[in-house]
Design a protein around this ligand. Structure first.
Ligand code: HEM
Ligand code: SF4
Length: 552
């Protein structure tokens, strides 16, 4: 994985010192609230319902075991012994004190981590596929490109105060989109052209929030070397023309929609004419330099794809078979597999992880996966390079630490924001709704029969829990001070990304498991053989579902 050089380290260390001084000045009354606000935001610090919230970047989801142990230590020392993995490959601490944040940042810097640009109106953490580099279905490993984007965007002087926040995601998978790129401000799909050269299809103007939109293609094929100059041209056009008068109309999606994609593209091209082939152009040497950090680990090439002991255990243990079926993903190297450690156990907020579990996961990474982990936007952890023959031992250890819920990709693998339990912007709680639904659908055989279904929950229209792109989306709304929930169907974040359609009037909190069950019943009754939930919704539209949930 990427290892800081002296420049990176100096940059991060200096930032810690700078923020320490800013915090001291604020605490001593030398900086006003509104002066401190943009400074703290650019260092990941929100002020929330109960306490400040610190958002720590996990660049493109890569974590070393050393970093995870440090996060555990920080959670114990400065917080309440847990953290929350977010949908943008960050981790959030919900209870630090303002005074302690500079110390936390210093501790993070000691393991090459930071919270820079994890909030505020700047370019945020670039996200990608949690299986980058290990599955067979990718054009090339996307991580070097994410790292190049990170180096370009971190402290980019021109883009520190954009009209609004700016999110970039990169996907290189050919069969699907594992990074939800079409609902990002910029989505980069790595592709090859007819001459087999690497390049990018670039989407612009996607996003969730109160005005959800699917991004549009701004260029079908951008040659590899132009990545940064072209991104710079897009962000520059946005910086100049995005609205600053109304924060609800300030995202790039609004600008793209207002101008139309052709006019927006023309402006980007005009801007790009000044930048193209300039100093920001990537050289092969630079791409290679960064790519070296992501070279394949030292795989054992003598392993066979099948292991007799594993096959035997699969035959004799249903629990193990289920876990292998749902929580492992085929690896490109024979004898290896990628294992997802589920953070979706019923009764625990999706994405939450205790310090004890962080240490346990780090130990598993040391023992079984080259000391590295990934964080997914589905709020789970991944050990990407596990030997198939180690699966029985890993399964036992995962069970012992609460990571083995065999529900990956199913209805109970819910994406959920912190909602009203933590977030001051919430209209309603989201965590208890997730719990209610997980408890209702505890029967694993039934869950497996239902197949892949994505259920996403947000506590308000800001959509941190991606409800618009859930196959089933749940949104907390406020009705005269009471918490209600609106349900949508048909959302998707794959190549044919779509925003879900709202079923109708919202429901009370205690009705939510019933509502989901009714939706599922319609699917079970109407599906054809092998039809997934999303296919049935696409074929029938929302009407039969609507009729069922609103039936007297
Ligand atoms: C608890 C403190 C949080 C606050 C105050 C907060 C605030 C916000 C706000 C104001 C927006 C809407 C901005 C816009 O669309 O322009 C937003 C969107 C978003 N947030 Fe959060 N958020 C919080 C936590 C989270 C968490 C925990 C996650 C992940 C689980 C998350 C991920 C996202 C994502 C993915 C969006 C999507 C909208 C988009 O960019 O189009 N946020 N957040
Ligand atoms: S969706 Fe709303 S309630 Fe949930 S974390 Fe985002 S801002 Fe808070």
């Amino acid at each position: 994985m990427y290892v800081y050089d002296d420049y990176d380290q100096q940059l991060v260390d200096e930032r810690v010192n700078q923020f320490r001084e800013q915090t001291n000045r604020y605490l001593a009354g030398g900086l006003k609230e509104e002066e401190f606000l943009p400074l703290r935001l650019q260092n990941g610090l929100y002020v929330q319902r109960h306490a400040p919230m610190l958002r720590i970047a996990i660049p493109y989801g890569m974590l070393s075991s050393t970093q995870l142990v440090k996060l555990a230590d920080i959670a114990d020392k400065y917080d309440r012994g847990y953290g929350h993995f977010s949908t943008r490959q960050n981790i959030q601490l919900n209870w630090p004190t303002l005074e302690s944040v500079p110390d936390i940042l210093a501790e993070l810097a000691s393991v090459q981590m930071h919270a820079i640009q994890t909030s505020g109106n700047c370019i945020r953490n670039t996200t990608t596929d949690q299986f980058a580099g290990v599955l067979a279905d990718e054009v090339v490993d996307p991580r070097p490109y994410c790292e190049l984007i990170r180096q370009w965007s971190t402290f980019h002087p021109e883009f520190a105060f954009l009209p609004r926040k700016f999110k970039i995601a990169v996907n290189s998978a050919t069969s699907t989109d594992r990074a939800a790129i079409q609902v990002h401000d910029i989505g980069v799909q790595i592709v090859r052209n007819a001459a087999n050269e690497v390049g990018y299809r670039v989407y612009v103007g996607g996003g969730l929030g109160r005005t959800p939109m699917v991004g549009q293609v701004i260029t079908e094929f951008l040659p590899e070397q132009h990545l940064l100059t072209y991104l710079e041209a897009i962000v520059r056009v946005y910086n100049q023309h995005g609205r600053r008068d109304n924060k609800y109309k300030a995202r790039i999606k609004i600008l793209v929609k207002a101008l139309g994609i052709e006019a927006f593209r023309a402006r980007v091209d005009a801007e790009w004419a000044h930048l193209k082939d300039g100093t920001g152009t990537l050289t092969q040497a630079e791409i290679d330099r960064v790519a070296k950090h992501f070279s394949a680990p030292d795989y054992d090439t003598t392993l066979s794809a099948n292991d007799a002991a594993v096959e035997e255990l699969k035959a004799s243990s249903k629990g193990f078979r289920n876990w292998v079926e749902r929580n492992t993903t085929a690896h490109k190297v024979p004898g290896y597999t990628a294992v997802t450690l589920s953070l979706k156990k019923t009764g625990i907020a999706p994405g939450d992880i205790y310090s004890k579990q962080m240490r346990a996961a780090a130990k598993l990474a040391d023992e079984f996966s080259f000391s590295e982990l990934r964080v997914s936007h589905f709020q789970n952890l991944i050990l990407a390079d596990v030997k198939i023959k180690d699966l029985p031992a890993l399964w036992e250890a995962a069970k012992a630490n609460g990571f083995a819920t065999p529900n990956i990709g199913t209805l109970t693998d819910i994406i959920c924001c912190p909602g009203g339990d933590f977030c001051s912007l919430a209209n309603a709680k989201s965590i208890p709704i997730a719990e209610q639904i997980q408890a209702r659908f505890e029967d694993l055989d039934y869950l497996y029969d239902l197949g892949d279904i994505e259920l996403n929950i947000s506590g308000c229209m800001n959509a941190c829990g991606h409800h618009h792109i859930g196959h089933i989306g749940i949104l907390g709304v406020d009705k005269k001070g009471e918490e209600f929930y609106q349900v949508s169907l048909g959302g998707s974040s794959n190549q044919n990304a779509a925003i879900g359609k709202i079923l109708g009037p919202s429901f009370k909190a205690d009705e939510m498991a019933d509502v989901v069950e009714k939706l599922i019943n319609v699917y079970v009754e109407k599906r054809t053989d092998e039809e997934l939930f999303t296919d049935t919704v696409a074929r029938l539209g929302i009407t039969p579902f609507k009729e069922r949930v609103y039936a007297a």
